[in-house]
Ligand binder design. Structure first.
Ligand SMILES: N[C@@H](CCC(=O)N[C@@H](CS)C(=O)NCC(=O)O)C(=O)O
Length: 214
């Protein structure tokens, strides 16, 4: 069966999986889950992912959740074209870059966290945005350093081709733009994002090009 991706156009974690599916040339179906309307918390979706979060990927053998697990599974299932460099040190640096986004930046500016921050300070309609901008900026200060030593030709972060680092970076840059982060402070990240957007399969994964975009 064709894999089915459950996601949302603006979801960064869905964007990661979409970019990797496109890059690896995997034909898949897409089922939008309207996060703005709360569909992720409904009974039907929670039967797929009890966490009530997107993405989920339905494949032969079951439903996969958690984008890092899905991306690792994809790398094992469709090893070419690879999204991890061959060399073990570069693989570790790529994974560290991804974890800095996946574990430390993205989770604290997720929709449910921003809703909770806003609810705590509901007199201030911008509280959630300020929170997100602050924590993305803190994270990007470290990523800008982590982007330093391993860039190869073509402007990619680790080695000479795209990797999971760009798969994680693109959605996080999209969020940074949405929340008004001052990106002039992060020229290496901006350059890596531009290199990533020049890959057609990644460009096709952009939220604005998804069927549920609005
Ligand atoms: N660690 C999870 C995080 C998934 C996640 O946070 N998804 C967000 C969209 S990017 C979501 O479903 N948010 C719904 C909500 O906060 O209610 C992953 O990487 O898959």
């Amino acid at each position: 069966m064709k894999p089915v991706l459950y996601g949302y156009f603006r979801s960064g974690t869905t964007y990661r999986v979409r970019a990797a599916l496109n890059y690896k040339g995997v034909d898949y179906d897409y089922e939008p889950v309207d996060l703005a309307g709360g569909a992720q918390s409904g009974e039907a979706y929670k039967r797929l992912n009890p966490q009530g979060l997107v993405p989920a990927l339905k494949v032969d053998g079951g439903v996969l959740t958690q984008s890092p697990a899905i991306l690792e599974w994809m790398e094992e299932t469709w090893p070419e074209p690879a999204l991890l460099p061959h060399e073990p040190i570069l693989r570790a640096r790529t994974r560290a870059f991804c974890a800095a986004i996946g574990c430390d930046i993205h989770p604290i500016q997720n929709l449910r966290i921003l809703k909770a921050v806003k609810a705590m300070k509901d007199s201030d309609p911008d509280a959630g945005t300020e929170w997100a901008r602050h924590w993305i900026t803190v994270g990007f200060e470290a990523l800008e350093q982590m982007a330093e030593p391993d860039a190869g030709a073509g402007g990619f972060l680790f080695g000479t081709g795209p990797s999971l680092a760009e798969v994680y970076l693109m959605p996080q840059m999209f969020n940074a733009e949405r929340f008004g982060v001052d990106l002039e402070r992060f020229p290496k990240l901006v350059a890596a994002n531009a290199a990533a957007q020049s890959v057609p399969e990644f460009a096709a994964a952009h939220p604005s090009r998804q069927p549920d975009a609005r």
